[in-house]
Design a protein around this ligand. Structure first.
Ligand SMILES: [Zn+2]
Length: 104
């Protein structure tokens, strides 16, 4: 997912990797997405990357400092790439719907 200017959390809060992974697990259960590995790397040009053929998702370490809404948006985006390896109409509909309805 390409980098977009996002306002930093005013409090400068940083989500822990455990909290982040908890969100990933909950979204994966909701979406029915199956990944083989999640990794963090200092990505320069993206918030996240997905290799659907391997089931591996990489998140930018900078993402942990972003507002939770944006973190959720990126997690859902990358998990959906396991099913839709493009940014087509179905992908966008699914992305918007999951974010609109949230985790509950
Ligand atoms: Zn994407």
């Amino acid at each position: 997912m390409a980098n977009v200017e996002v306002r930093r959390d005013v409090e400068g809060k940083r989500m822990s990797e455990e909290e982040f992974m908890d969100l990933v697990e909950r979204w994966a259960a909701k979406i029915g997405a199956q990944f083989t590995a999640i990794q963090f790397k200092p990505l320069k040009k993206a918030w996240g990357q997905c290799a659907p053929e391997k089931g591996v998702i990489t998140f930018s370490t900078d993402l942990l400092e972003q507002p939770e809404d944006w973190i959720n948006a990126v997690i859902v985006h990358e998990l959906l790439h396991l099913t839709f390896p493009n940014h087509g109409k179905l992908f966008n509909l699914a992305w918007q719907n999951y974010l609109k309805n949230g985790l509950d």
